[in-house]
Design a protein. Structure first.
Length: 569
């Protein structure tokens, strides 16, 4: 901190004193002009923030709103109007422009300051085109290239920041491209526009015998572009090609950190206990200004899948209960026994599970693991702690869970409908979610779009193009995959009867909310069947707060697998 004191003006000043006064005056004026040095955002700042787990526990000091451009069907206008559940969420562009004789489809166009923070894209026979990113109303793009080179190729970054979820879904659709997942931040000072040039895209006037007044472009282009818009007085330094080249070593280091599960833990509490039905294991910590930095757990049971659902983790921080979830869903595996590895959790091939969500508290925390099942379960685990400086921006970590048990996939009118992850009243940040579902047929379940309403907005600032797109893949891919921010430990239920587990964790694309958030996703199934869908949400929140999810012991006691539950096609 710089301290100023009044100088003695009654005598003769020497040159050194004059120089000191001049430096102080100039420095003070510069502070007034720029607001503060801490109110600017650059590419380097965003790279550093992206792989810092601790930052998610603080409400952003440089305030921003998270929004999304996507190819969703614009017939979806309002929940109370026809068209809210329209499908065909592809090849819907803002407009078409002509530049230097070339036709460019506009995917995104917004005033700044802001930053692109997450970009997912896939194609059906339209992948051979050119993407362009224009900054600050310049007519020359700062980035230009084919999707597989720009979004998941070597042009800007290596995996996991620019990576494809490979093809593999057995749908027999020739011409499908990979699913591009791109996490290199692209900050802009005043304006950003993204376009796509592809001469094979044409206006189709008839689709399945129905005339589309707005016009429908074909072949298919699907995209979700998540971005931030910062609030004044935050200033953003626009990215340049030179800055991206210079930042390549930092991007490579960030990618390494996103795949690294080593965390700082100064203290550790371990437990190893057989829990009979109704029993609990308790870990109680009394340590000022600390945080759980690592939580490990392993179960041993005669029915491991059921144990993953019937053993529940609940947690309170400074007396506020914010976590209640089956351990399988909390650790990201549902009741699948497959290994996976994401930025925030993983399960290895021996069944050991680990969570790296930072969970801070002022004075105390209490973790309780309870067996709500019908048979004994051995629970082994440890809790890693680290020091944490609590501030006015600090928040508590929360996880909520509930299951739509034996739900019908269409309503009484035969329509899709929205499912709710969570509604929160208060101030916080939404940092991820997961679904664990049992599909009772080979028909595809995942056409539904995410719809996330922030601070009471009438239309969701995040409106997607399909459940699979939200979780980083497409075309009902059933093969497991793991990336830092999107994972599918199990995908059998995408193309046959069986289990599917999808998860998404957020870093730069985390969603701050000042008064409320409502996170939802459509249940849009190609068949009308009975199925199970369990929804888990991860969030940070300040007190006071309210959530619409309460513990449901009966729900975690239901049998988890098979047609014995009455899930018939």
């Amino acid at each position: 901190m710089v301290k100023f004191r009044r100088l003695n003006t009654g005598g003769e000043r020497n040159d050194a004193c004059r120089a000191l006064v001049l430096i102080c005056v100039v420095g003070f004026c510069c502070m007034l002009l720029c607001g503060s040095c801490g109110k600017s955002v650059s590419l380097d700042d965003l790279i550093e923030e992206m792989c810092d787990r601790d930052r998610l526990s603080f409400f952003p000091e440089k305030e921003f709103k998270h929004l999304q451009f996507s190819s969703y069907n614009p017939a979806s206008v309002s929940p109370d109007q026809e068209g809210w559940y329209e499908n065909f969420d592809m090849s819907h562009f803002l407009r078409v422009e002509t530049h230097l004789g070339r036709r460019e489809f506009v995917l995104m166009d917004t005033e700044g300051p802001g930053a692109i923070v997450r970009w997912w894209m896939t194609f059906y026979r339209a992948q051979h085109g050119i993407l362009r990113v224009y900054m600050d109303h310049d007519t020359i793009p700062v980035l230009e290239g084919a999707p597989d080179e720009l979004l998941s190729g070597p042009q800007l970054a290596s995996p996991p920041l620019a990576v494809s979820v490979q093809q593999g879904a057995p749908l027999g659709e020739e011409g499908r491209d990979y699913d591009h997942n791109f996490y290199v931040p692209l900050p802009f000072a005043s304006h950003c526009k993204v376009t796509y040039e592809n001469d094979s895209i044409v206006l189709l006037h008839n689709l399945e015998g129905t005339y589309i007044e707005e016009g429908y472009y074909w072949p298919d282009v699907f995209y979700n572009i998540g971005y931030r818009l910062y609030k004044k007085p935050v200033e953003v330094v626009s990215v340049t090609r030179k800055a991206l080249e210079k930042a390549r070593p930092k991007l490579e280091e960030a990618g390494r950190l996103l795949e690294d599960h080593r965390v700082e833990s100064m203290f550790e509490e371990a437990f190893n206990q057989v829990l009979y039905p109704g029993d609990s294991a308790l870990v109680s910590v009394h340590r000022t200004h600390s945080a759980i930095s690592q939580l490990k757990l392993a179960l041993e049971a005669e029915d491991m899948a059921q144990a993953m659902r019937s053993v529940v983790l609940k947690a309170s921080f400074d007396g506020y209960r914010t976590i209640w979830a089956p351990v399988g869903d909390f650790f990201g595996t549902g009741y699948s026994l497959n290994p996976h590895q994401s930025w925030m959790n993983h399960r290895d091939d021996k069944g050991s599970m680990e969570s790296l969500w930072l969970m801070p508290f002022r004075d105390s925390c209490q973790l309780v693991v309870t067996n709500h099942g019908k048979f004994p379960v051995r629970v082994k685990g440890s809790v890693g702690l680290k020091s944490y400086r609590w501030s006015s921006h600090s928040m508590y970590f929360g996880t909520s869970w509930h299951e739509y048990h034996q739900i019908q996939s269409r309503d009484s009118a035969g329509s899709p409908f929205d499912l709710n992850f969570i509604d929160i009243k208060g101030k916080g940040v939404y940092v991820g979610d997961q679904l664990t579902l049992y599909n009772s047929t080979y028909h595809w379940w995942g056409e539904g779009d995410e719809k996330i309403f922030v601070d009471g907005e009438e239309f969701p600032s995040s409106f997607g193009t399909g459940s699979e797109d939200y979780y980083g893949y497409s075309f009902a891919r059933s093969q497991p995959f793991s990336h830092p921010f999107v994972c599918q430990p199990e995908g059998t239920g995408n193309t046959s009867r069986g289990l599917t587990v999808n998860m998404r964790h957020r870093s730069l694309d985390a969603i701050p909310f000042s008064s409320s958030i409502s996170s939802n996703i459509e249940l849009w199934h190609w068949a009308n069947v009975t199925m199970n869908i369990a929804l888990t949400a991860y969030w940070y929140v300040s007190v006071p707060f309210e959530i619409n999810r309460t513990p449901n012991i009966q729900a975690v006691q239901f049998p988890v697998t098979g047609l014995a539950k009455g899930l018939e096609e």
